[in-house]
Design a protein around this ligand. Sequence first.
Ligand SMILES: Nc1ncnc2c1ncn2[C@@H]1O[C@H](COP(=O)(O)OP(=O)(O)OP(=O)(O)O)[C@@H](O)[C@H]1O
Ligand SMILES: O=C(O)[C@H](O)COP(=O)(O)O
Length: 403
Amino acid sequence: MIDTLDDLDVEGTTVGVRVDINSPIADDGSLADDARLRAHVDTLSELLERGGRVAVLAHQGRPGGDDFGTLSPHADRLSDLLGRPVDYVDATFSQAARDAVRSLEDGDCVVLENTRFYSEEYMEFDPDRAARTQLVANLAPVLDAYVNDAFAAAHRSQPSLVGFPTVMPGYAGRVMESELDVLGSIEETPEPRIYVLGGAKVPDSIDVAWSVLEKDLADHILTAGVVANVFLIADGVDLGDASSDFIYEQGYWDEIDRASDLLDAYGDRIALPRDVAVDRDDSRHELGVNALPPQEGEAAMDIGSSTLAYYERLLEDAGTVILNGPAGVFEDDRFELGTRRLYGAATDVPTSIVGGGDTASALRRLGVEGFSHVSTGGGAALQMLTADQLPAVSALERTVDAA
Ligand SMILES: Nc1ncnc2c1ncn2[C@@H]1O[C@H](COP(=O)(O)OP(=O)(O)OP(=O)(O)O)[C@@H](O)[C@H]1O
Ligand SMILES: O=C(O)[C@H](O)COP(=O)(O)O
């Protein structure tokens, strides 16, 4: 049982609110999509209107990634969306951050700097240990309560997600509450159940594949995106140097062995692409897997038309489809076809659940709509749909009682 904002006496309370506003970032550093910020408006508005003093905690990107950066543009955008001033401080738990939090008055909001600018935040801890990290130990004394609205990051056991509710009363925000409500009953969704695993977070997808196949939750897994490329290599297909180098550079080379083990154990339930699309002479060019490897420098950027026809046939019989991650590099018009058609076919399945920040942004861009539920979370939604407990949710369940 988790307490929600209904259980929090907000007025005059200084609340640390963990949100997930991790967003695509344009080349000039601005936000390329604000959907995740919009999702949290209800929670933040409610807290501010009820007289709360709100300190927003969030991450942006992963250390070393192109989208790793400051939350300053997020604060500006939140101010527009909330229709009130939102301060930003370029510190997360230092004296400057604590002073900014202490000086909040009822109805004020400040965004603290990217929690991942600080190295312990990118490590996974059990909640008790997380409570002793620098972030929690330094910031908790200036907060009265903690609200976790970051469903999309709830599968990470990082300090800002599991540490605070160990030392102060923790509550679910409105996004967290509604996601847990919708996604908490996977066993009740109609069968057969198909999982579509695409996108670029290969280790997360392989974890999910193991889990849903072992628990007999999935009748089929359709692979797409970089996940499919890893499975194709595991199946002995020569995808060429460009795709292999990309997988190696992402640090996913070991995932090929894990994919191979999965194919050995459950190959009859895992569908692999029959063709892929590459960039040849600046155009989309499709190649059957028998015609691979592609020419030098060509990478598999999307699933091809034969694969789409095959996947569409499988989806025709599905009762539930759960999708995460684009089928290809949808940002490039030549490689959006797989995502457009695969997700389009999924809207005809009686229960269709979509997860993922990039996925949701791809679907908006492509104008594909009509799903039963579009989750703010990618990996988190998938983990929830494996019927596994999310660490940040467990931490809220075990939170300390309000005084
Ligand atoms: N074949 C491919 N080669 C390279 N990149 C790909 C390919 N297919 C998809 N991608 C990239 O995958 C990225 C999205 O993957 P990701 O796993 O982050 O999805 P997501 O929906 O954001 O999920 P999450 O919310 O878990 O992060 C896109 O930027 C897209 O260009
Ligand atoms: O985009 C996401 O899935 C969440 O913000 C979590 O980000 P992470 O995968 O970098 O932990």
